[in-house]
Design a protein around this ligand. Structure first.
Ligand code: PGA
Length: 260
């Protein structure tokens, strides 16, 4: 794992934006795995800036989203389909047919999940997966005790996650109980995993993910087994890491060719 601790979420998202831009410049038809929630919004703003101010071209990029609620219409205010359009897709030049988001209204969910996995393989696999982490250690919606080898499937949300996500709902609408999520095995197949965590609410999950034992109780800890996982944190999310000074020294003393 490469642990990058920066002063705040904006600084972390700028580095993330550069990592994404470098990839697309090198490989214009890169396959991106994308995430929703509060955390990646600033990264998406950076990607939009790269597109509008520096001409970064998304016309050949393909995307796969991590997850979607079951039962919400595509244009429901809380659907991840809508989130992606509002926070990224409407502002960049990615063709409609290049975007993939699990369909939470699929009639045959099991088949839909198999097809989603097959399409990722067909497109050549995910080059870079953007991730956040839940306060309970989940990646995507792989809640604690998810198999670390799981594939895209239906999942029941943990109460802690439903509680965390209440802030996205209006007028007392309940957070759905079920979702479709890529599995931990799917995430582990990405060539690079780029995870962001900001704020003190994430400090425990980050500590377990980076320095704890690998355990299905903290699905994020599976990234310890990933050959190319980059973890971008602000000071608050890094507050419980025992080796924070070491991670900072490593980052600040990288040879120039290794910097972003
Ligand atoms: P958040 O969610 O970015 O809204 O905190 C992260 C996650 O659940 O993965």
């Amino acid at each position: 794992m490469e642990i990058i601790i920066l002063k705040d979420a904006q600084a972390g998202s700028e580095v993330g934006g550069k990592i994404v831009a470098n990839l697309i410049n090198e490989k214009p038809n890169a396959v991106l795995g994308l995430a929703t929630g509060s955390t990646p919004v600033m990264l998406y703003n950076e990607m939009i800036k790269w597109h509008k101010e520096k001409g970064l071209d998304f016309s050949k990029v393909r995307t796969f989203n991590l997850d979607e609620y079951i039962g919400l219409e595509k244009n429901h205010y809380a659907s991840y389909y809508r989130f992606m359009n509002e926070n990224l897709f409407d502002e960049i030049n990615i063709p409609e047919e290049n975007k993939n988001i699990p369909n939470g209204l699929a009639e045959n969910i099991k088949q839909h999940c198999l097809d989603y996995e097959a399409k990722i393989v067909e497109e050549g696999g995910i080059d870079l997966q953007v991730l956040g982490i839940g306060s309970d250690g989940h990646l995507g919606f792989n809640e604690p005790t998810s198999s670390l080898a799981s594939r895209t499937r239906i999942k029941t949300l943990d109460e802690q996650t439903r509680d965390d996500n209440k802030r996205f709902m209006k007028d007392g609408d309940p957070v759905p109980y079920h979702c479709i999520t890529m599995g931990m095995g799917t995430v582990m197949d990405a060539k690079t995993n780029l995870l962001f965590a900001f704020g003190e609410n994430k400090a425990d999950a980050v500590q377990q993910m980076v320095e704890g034992a690998i355990s299905a109780m903290c699905p994020g800890s599976a990234l310890q087994m990933h050959p190319n996982a980059i973890i971008i944190l602000d000071e608050a999310a890094a507050a419980k890491l025992s080796k924070a000074d070491y991670y900072k020294w490593v980052y600040n003393n990288k040879p120039k060719w290794q910097t972003y």
